[in-house]
Design a protein around this ligand. Sequence first.
Ligand SMILES: Cc1cc2nc3c(=O)[nH]c(=O)nc-3n(C[C@H](O)[C@H](O)[C@H](O)COP(=O)(O)OP(=O)(O)OC[C@H]3O[C@@H](n4cnc5c(N)ncnc54)[C@H](O)[C@@H]3O)c2cc1C
Length: 396
Amino acid sequence: MNLSFDNTQNAFAYKSTADLKKAKFLISAIQSPIMVTLATKVTPVLMKYGMPINGILRSTVFKQFVGGETLEESARTSKLLGSYGVQVILDYGVEAKEGESNFDDVTEHIIEAIDFAATQNNIPFVSVKLTGIASMALLEHLNEAPRLRSGIHDSESENAEWQRVRERMYAICDVAQEKGVGILLDAEETWIQDPIDRLAVELMAVYNKENVVVYNTYQLYRNDRLIFLQLSHRIAKEKGFLLGAKLVRGAYMEKERERAQQNGYPSPIHLDKEATDKDFDAAALYCIQNKETISLLLATHNEASNIQIATEMKNAGLDNNYNRVHFSQLYGMGDHITFNMASKGYNVSKYLPFGPISEVIPYLMRRAEENSSVNGQTNKELVMIKRELARRKHKK
Ligand SMILES: Cc1cc2nc3c(=O)[nH]c(=O)nc-3n(C[C@H](O)[C@H](O)[C@H](O)COP(=O)(O)OP(=O)(O)OC[C@H]3O[C@@H](n4cnc5c(N)ncnc54)[C@H](O)[C@@H]3O)c2cc1C
């Protein structure tokens, strides 16, 4: 396989030595679970009481993981990435802000992002979190109530609320289709995921007739998702639409396990990492084996998973830039994968959130938590940064 992630010069060419040193400091700091537990508990409280911590956040975690506070700021980042052949998934990072006018406001921002993406040659996707445009309580209720699931609504007001959510999504997808931009519907917690999945299937049936406009996200840390992916594919074939499949392992493991334990139901999450890895790789393989009817977006920092699909592409005689396979990593993570894949011509992107600091806190806290467990990938990140700093020093 002619793909390696070891070239640190490629991986960090876009970062100055000063920025690389900052990244090293930050990643070392957030590898400490105690630091992260403290930060994730204390930061939201400090923000709530208006303490002046924006400056610290802006020059640390925000700079590492977020494109900017506005679309204009993140445009600079996305242009820089584009100059290295890296594509961008734009994400208006506001989460779970309740209220109809906030939901309309988020919808507007998403549409603005789509309009902007259409003017750039390296932004093929915009992502959408349904909790940005729908109330958590509504989604939870829809998730629980079997009668609502079948479309027979108990409550007129909830029915109207759900209609407004659907209208927001249709408005977003109409613009996306017209402008040729893909929409990635993020996956969230299991207790609100059912209505998200149903809406995703509904939208795919409308918008994915000829090209894939809408992608649903499949979290393979869930023990039912491989089958769900296959079921979604069967529905797509029966109804005559193309499936957009964004595969992730899943970001809410601790929360999911805690809630299952507290409420006495079996955890929906695989028992161990190996089982998650096995389903993730099987799902990716399934998508590529069905590439005529599935567009795959492989969203992972896991080297082995990326290599597996790159190898499958090669074995199937597909070009590196084959348009039904796309790779992606989060901005601030996995640069050695992104930039080395870009240098070989793969379709590879950074998931680039933007938004006001106060609004992207939940996203930042998840990234800090994710990097705090001293696992192989995070350590690798730090090793690569140190290696590149040593290389630059040696060159002087
Ligand atoms: C572009 C992009 C978009 C994303 N969008 C979403 C999204 O919409 N929804 C979402 O939930 N997440 C999303 N994520 C985050 C993703 O789910 C993972 O949290 C993150 O990518 C880490 O997984 P990995 O495959 O990169 O790395 P790895 O280090 O290989 O895997 C870590 C992951 O494995 C799983 N895991 C770890 N330990 C165990 C264990 N003991 N038992 C079972 N499973 C375990 C967890 O999911 C953990 O996050 C996205 C990630 C990317 C790159």
